[in-house]
Design a protein around this ligand. Structure first.
Ligand SMILES: Cc1cc2nc3c(=O)[nH]c(=O)nc-3n(C[C@H](O)[C@H](O)[C@H](O)COP(=O)(O)OP(=O)(O)OC[C@H]3O[C@@H](n4cnc5c(N)ncnc54)[C@H](O)[C@@H]3O)c2cc1C
Length: 343
């Protein structure tokens, strides 16, 4: 039997590939980054990992709780906090208590890596350009036939790889994802009051601040600030701000303009962050990450899509409440449905 090709090794793709592998089906797991994680991204800054994508995750479903329990027993996941500060209308107004938020001492990415490793899955580095349907042959990915193709990524990225022959599938991938700019910054020592995380309301630029040292449990003086989606869109929509899709088409002068623009955005976010937390000193380093497709603008009532062509889609875009847990469950449900169909 031809392989099932899973494109995207974020939480959803790895979750799906695990089920397929456990069912004894041949699986090929591809990601352009060459490693698992996706938006559960951790990047190294000043010799330490920083969570620059998802801030934390919550647990409500028993199937995810089982996985998280195992991570906890093995020291990979850690309960972080159930209470965040809220900054509203220029003042620290109140605390917000909610569900327990989980983090990972070694960075959230390592949890997805663990899911892949414990299932014996390796990720092949490939930026897939085209998924095609060839009459008489069937589905083709990167020149090889596939029994089924799983698109485990935001809709726009999935749509971009489907050939015009897969028009019905392209039409089904319509969800809009919002952008976020994530600024990481490190100080020589803590220059702010004790903090886990803070929702920022009423600021045009800033929506959320996480203390990465508190989250990761090592106390490092590192903060990560997320922009509002609307402000990120303003920065990215400017003709001089290159996104991943436009960078190649820009000339040298435009690329320079894009870099300047993002530098300016980083400076503005840093100013807002320092203002909110009343930090007097300059950080020793900063880094800006651009998430063009950070989060779905709205949820969907179905957990995945499996078309008659055997092209399928899963991910946080296929959930009522898009988040890490939803991506896991979407991949799990699609894997189960695909395994039943292919067996
Ligand atoms: C800034 C930010 C903050 C967030 N905060 C939270 C939070 O606090 N709590 C929470 O629960 N969730 C949060 N999320 C959402 C959470 O990260 C996602 O719900 C989850 O990680 C989605 O997983 P996924 O597998 O669906 O997609 P992704 O993680 O996006 O995985 C898609 C993968 O597909 C790959 N890919 C794309 N195109 C191609 C191609 N052509 N060829 C090969 N590979 C390709 C990508 O490299 C990527 O690895 C946040 C996300 C962001 C960006």
């Amino acid at each position: 039997m031809d392989q099932v090709v899973v494109i995207g090794a974020g939480m959803a793709g790895v979750s799906c590939a695990r089920v397929l592998r456990a069912a004894g089906l041949p699986v090929r797991l591809l990601d352009r980054a060459g490693r698992p994680g996706g938006r559960m991204a951790s990047a190294e800054h000043a010799g330490r990992m920083v969570d620059i994508g998802a801030s934390y995750f919550t647990v409500s479903d028993d199937r995810f709780a089982e996985v998280v329990g195992d991570w906890r027993r093995r020291g990979l996941a850690r309960p972080w906090t159930d209470t965040f500060d809220v900054f509203s209308d220029g003042a620290l107004s109140r605390h917000s208590t909610g569900p327990l938020r989980w983090a990972a001492g070694t960075g959230l990415r390592t949890l997805v890596q663990d899911l892949a490793d414990t299932a014996g899955l390796s990720v092949e580095r490939l930026a897939v350009q085209a998924v095609d349907s060839v009459p008489g042959t069937g589905l083709m990915v990167a020149g090889e036939p596939a029994a089924a193709v799983v698109l485990a990524m935001p809709d726009a990225q999935a749509r971009a790889v489907l050939s015009p022959a897969l028009a019905r599938e392209r039409a089904g991938l319509y969800a809009r994802f919002e952008p976020v700019l994530a600024l990481s910054a490190g100080w020589p020592e803590r220059a702010w009051q004790p903090l886990d995380g803070m929702f920022v309301h009423g600021d045009q630029r800033l929506s959320w601040i996480a203390d990465d040292g508190s989250r990761r449990g090592d106390g490092a003086p590192v903060l990560v600030a997320h922009s509002t989606p609307s402000w990120a869109a303003e920065q990215l929509d400017r003709p001089d701000a290159a996104g991943p899709d436009t960078a190649d088409r820009l000339g040298a002068a435009d690329r320079l303009g894009a870099a300047d623009r993002l530098d300016a955005a980083a400076g503005e976010l840093l100013r807002a962050l320092r203002q909110v937390l009343r930090i007097d000193s300059e950080p020793s380093w900063t880094s800006l990450h651009r998430w063009s497709y950070a989060k779905p603008a709205a949820g969907r009532p179905v957990g995945f899509q499996l078309w008659p062509s055997m092209v399928a889609a899963c991910g946080d875009g296929w959930a009522q409440r898009p988040r890490v847990e939803a991506a896991f469950l979407s991949g799990l449900s699609l894997g189960t449905a695909l395994a039943a169909r292919l067996r």
